[in-house]
Design a protein around this ligand. Structure first.
Ligand code: BJW
Length: 253
């Protein structure tokens, strides 16, 4: 493991364009449950994959918006962890060296931005923006829970608010897809951090990066759908592994 971290650190120090794809595991050490672990306690009887759909919202908007508001409030109280902070610092250092790092996150919690990452594409939207079902206009709710579910829209009398996140079967934001496409064409190092790599399109990006000659790395305590595809699999929590990768990068400058 030490040798692998050393090798990845050296690659980072030489890279011109790094692409990092992150998932819910990056925020686990900020006490935000991973996506496939969210349904505990209060929510044990529900299935996250079913709630994250336009069909669920159409049939039961109260439950869906209540679940998302519960998650939104949890994220507001969370803080970025050493994994988020290391990724932001790696981006800064690579920038100082004349390269760039593009962070493509599937997370909707906003913690990468709060940690200081700058070149971020939020592939699955954000829990902190909600939009009117009638007008499409967006609003950022305050720190309190909504008073009623589904929340009424402030923009149209007969509208409701839904979270501006991407549900199964919905298209990813055009701007985020464009950023991902451009980055994947030109990256020489690709890291997949804290994601099960089950959800497309991002689950397939390791193949694109690899086909274009990038070195590929995974950081995860468990094996995932892409473990067999990557050049380096770093087993461990991102809050522990990423600071060590940063140290290895700095040591090899
Ligand atoms: C740690 C850790 C620690 C723990 N440190 N790690 C091609 C083939 C097949 C299907 C499709 C396809 N193209 C499109 C589809 C359909 C669908 C899809 O992918 N389905 C799959 C289930 C098969 N995709 C879509 O519908 C996408 N839209 C699209 O492609 O539009 C065009 C189109 C539509 C229809 C057909 C064809 C084309 C949209 C996907 C939107 C996903 N949205 C969600 C909900 C967002 C809002 C919300 O958060 O509620 O996004 S689903 C959910 O999964 C959420 C997550 O962002 C996403 C990924 O989950 P993630 O982050 O990997 O979390 P987990 O919980 O799965 O894993 C956590 C990992 O962390 C684990 O590995 C742990 O080990 C690890 N971990 N602690 C590091 N400390």
């Amino acid at each position: 493991m030490d040798d692998a971290i050393q090798a990845v650190g050296e690659r980072l120090a030489q890279a011109r364009h790094v692409v990092v794809v992150t998932g819910a595991g990056v925020s686990a050490e900020s006490h935000i449950p991973t996506f496939r672990d969210t349904m505990h306690g209060l929510w044990a009887e529900f299935d996250a994959e079913k709630l994250a759909t336009p069909e669920a919202f159409a049939t039961d908007p109260e439950t869906v918006t209540r679940w998302y508001d519960w998650r939104r409030l949890g994220c507001l109280h969370a803080e970025p962890n050493p994994g988020h902070l290391a990724l932001a610092e790696i981006e800064r250092r690579i920038g100082d060296l004349g390269g760039k790092l593009t962070l493509l996150t599937q997370n909707v919690d906003g913690l990468h931005l709060r940690a200081g990452s700058r070149r971020v594409a939020e592939l699955h939207g954000s829990l902190h923006r909600w939009r009117c079902t009638k007008t499409g206009k967006e609003t950022r709710p305050g720190p309190e829970a909504f008073e009623t579910y589904p929340p009424p829209s402030p923009f149209a009398e007969d509208g409701m608010l839904r979270p501006s996140v991407v549900w199964f079967g919905e298209m990813l934001p055009e701007q985020a897809l464009r950023a991902a496409d451009e980055a994947l064409w030109s990256c020489d190092l690709f890291l997949s951090v804290g994601t099960s790599s089950l959800v497309h399109p991002s689950a397939g990006w390791v193949h694109l990066a690899s086909a274009r000659g990038a070195v590929t790395v995974e950081v995860n305590p468990e094996e995932t759908a892409i473990t067999g595809e990557v050049d380096w699999a770093l087993r461990g929590k991102s809050g522990e592994v990423m600071p060590r990768v940063l140290d290895a990068m700095l040591a090899s400058l």
